[in-house]
Design a protein around this ligand. Structure first.
Ligand code: ZN
Length: 636
């Protein structure tokens, strides 16, 4: 077995022999999953894109070249130089210097002008300041969450560099075991919805996929993290997050409280939405006097350890495991996590939550993989009868309810997750108002919806082509339409409740807390109003009870529990779900390539997991299973 130092020494020799002799390698280091080559002349390497591509291919590693710190200009004078080179019409709006990577992110309203002909302006910038420029379009709505995340990461830059080095050295350690096996241990989210958590283990590595909380349950809220397969937590190599929803990511900060020290892998939007949702969650829990599983310090700890990956980046996350994230079509940044284990030994993909239909915001989930032996699929709507209307029908139904309610002088309350359904519904309502299908009523956004929307506008490359085209080429950004009103105070809430007809989108999506409860209290007794349920309501939540037809519900008013009458119309508009319905799940299994040799179902009520598993077996002759929590399944 080679030590990491020996591995690095050997790599340095190889790298130097492949590079032109006039390029001086000043250092070589593993930082997270990347092999970083430091040089005091980054432009020479940047000028020839082939060098890095070939090197990466040859070494089978993600290779990045960074300027040696001593060639970097100080940020203030660098900004002046950038402004000298870039034409004024580009409208530069912000700079973000990342000392961790030697990159400067330049925000401009017209990014093309910063890039220049064939990248000439960019190269000029590098020559002048040493930093590697990356250009991004100025986001149309600024997200305070993202600004805070960037500030925070900057403040812990050197600590983070150490973390990345430690992680990098762990990933690239030599393989010690001769045995070859792969196992999955189910820690939560099997035959149930909530607390999704699985362990993927080999003789070399242990990886946790998702670590969610079941917000609708007190006694089975958290995954089985105390079992010997995962405990002590400092033996875990990596945590991979498919997406930011609490039932998949809600307990990640707690891992750090109990001894986990490793990295979290997810897409950049998942990281930002994760922070937003976690902070919102502990704030609401704190306000309502609920016991908190962790504090904001643990969220910062998680953030400090997060390594972001874009869709399609093949990344070493353990000595024997490569991870690739693919679009899952569920919410912004949501991913299907594909693992390649060993040198062609085994491939397994975890879908997380996915939508196999084109929506207003996203493309359908990816169904092509280089190789695939086992698929772990969600089964939220896995039952034979869990057929949802198409998105088109859903939109027609929603607009019909909104129209009827407004015509009779009522208000429409739509409980929604701040992330996902809200933005879909916003785009539909905006279009209906713009095209005068419904009256020009205000659409009030309460809770973290507006902030989540700002995060969406920061990542246009994660939205589908139509929406990107609408925003950037037709100049219509539906998220910025005048009909949207951000609710910022209790006083404003009162004005809305007492004011003219309107639509209110408020969190939380399953009515277990959040501002939507305020609206329910005050608009619930009046039958002119309508509660429109557009999202999945888990067993045990208030949303599910009202959906079932409860006419009175206990709500806390000024700290005391009071019975509130539910006289308003309650309508469920199906089809907006970010989950695949039964037909889409079966279609996904028909279209998936290559055909997996085994399918496991999870993330669904018991009957749905079992039904989907047996249907897949009957129709496609793929061996299936619907594991319970705490099972270990050997894959090879
Ligand atoms: Zn989800």
């Amino acid at each position: 077995i080679l030590s990491v130092e020996e591995v690095l020494f050997e790599l340095k020799r190889k790298v130097q022999s492949k590079l032109p002799p006039d390029i001086n390698v000043t250092g070589l280091e593993f930082e997270g999953p990347e092999l970083v080559i430091y040089t005091d002349d980054p432009t020479k390497v940047a000028d020839d894109g082939e060098i890095i591509r070939n090197l990466a291919k040859e070494l089978r590693k993600r290779v990045v070249v960074r300027p040696d710190l001593k060639v970097l200009a100080d940020p203030e004078s660098a900004i002046l130089k950038i402004q000298e080179v870039v034409p004024k019409e580009a409208v530069l709006t912000n700079y973000h210097f990342d000392g961790e990577t030697g990159e400067v992110q330049i925000e401009a309203e017209k990014p093309g002008l910063v890039i220049g002909r064939h990248g000439a302006t960019l190269r000029e910038i590098t020559k002048l300041i040493g930093w590697t420029p990356k250009v991004v379009r100025t986001p149309p709505v600024r997200s305070s969450t993202i600004a805070n995340i960037k500030d925070y990461l900057r403040s812990v830059q050197s600590e983070r560099k150490n973390i990345l080095r430690t992680v990098g050295r762990k990933i690239h350690r030599d393989i010690a075991s001769k045995d070859q096996w792969v196992r999955i241990t189910t820690l939560g989210g099997c035959r149930e919805v909530g607390r999704s958590c699985m362990l993927l283990s080999t003789p070399e590595s242990r990886i946790i996929i998702d670590c969610g909380i079941n917000v609708g349950s007190d006694d089975s809220a958290t995954p089985y993290l105390y079992v010997p397969e995962v405990y002590p937590l400092n033996q875990i190599d990596a945590v991979v997050l498919t997406h930011a929803h609490l039932d998949h990511a809600g307990l990640v900060p707690m891992l750090y409280k109990y001894g986990y020290e490793g990295p979290i892998y997810c897409t950049p939007p998942t990281r930002d939405l994760f922070v937003l949702l976690q902070l919102d969650y502990i704030e609401i829990a704190g306000r309502e006097g609920n016991r908190l599983p962790y504090d904001s310090g643990m969220i910062r700890e998680a953030l400090k350890h997060t390594i972001t990956l874009n869709y399609g980046d093949v990344t070493d996350i353990a000595p024997d495991t490569k991870l690739t994230m693919h679009n899952a079509g569920h919410i912004l940044g949501s991913s299907i996590a594909h693992f390649h284990i060993g040198d062609g030994l085994y491939n397994v993909a975890f879908t997380g939550d996915y939508k196999f239909e084109r929506t207003r915001l996203f493309d359908p989930a990816v169904c092509n993989f280089p190789r695939l032996e086992t698929l772990v699929t969600e089964a939220t709507y896995g039952g034979t009868n869990s057929i949802q209307p198409s998105r088109k029908e859903a939109e027609v139904n929603l607009i019909k309810v909104v129209k009827e309610t407004i015509n009779r002088g009522g208000k429409v309350v739509i409980p929604a997750f701040s992330v996902g359904r809200s933005q879909e519904v916003m785009v539909v309502l905006e279009e209906a108002i713009r095209k005068k299908v419904i009256d020009e009523v205000p659409v009030c956004l309460d809770g973290m919806i507006y902030e989540a929307t700002a995060i969406h506008t920061t990542y246009p490359e994660y939205l589908n082509n139509d929406l990107r085209d609408l925003i950037f080429h037709k100049g219509i950004n539906p998220f910025l339409a005048e009909c949207f009103v951000q609710v910022e105070s209790p006083k404003q809430r009162t004005e809305i409740v007492e004011g003219p007809p309107c639509v209110i989108l408020a969190t939380s999506g399953m009515l277990n807390g959040g501002p939507v409860i305020e609206y329910l209290k005050r608009l619930g007794p009046d039958e002119k109003n309508t509660l429109v349920i557009v999202g999945y309501q888990a067993e045990g939540t208030l949303g599910r009870r009202i959906q079932k037809g409860w006419k009175e519900v206990p709500l806390s008013v000024d700290g005391k529990t009071q019975t509130v009458k539910i006289n308003l119309e309650v309508t469920t508009v199906d089809g907006f779900s970010g989950h695949s319905d039964r037909q889409q799940l079966m279609e996904y299994l028909r279209r998936i390539y290559p055909k997996p040799g085994r399918v496991l179902t999870n993330h669904g009520e018991e009957g749905n997991c079992l039904d989907l598993a047996s249907s897949i077996y009957k129709r496609y002759r793929i061996p299936t299973m619907a594991p319970m929590n705490l099972e270990t399944i050997r894959l090879i």
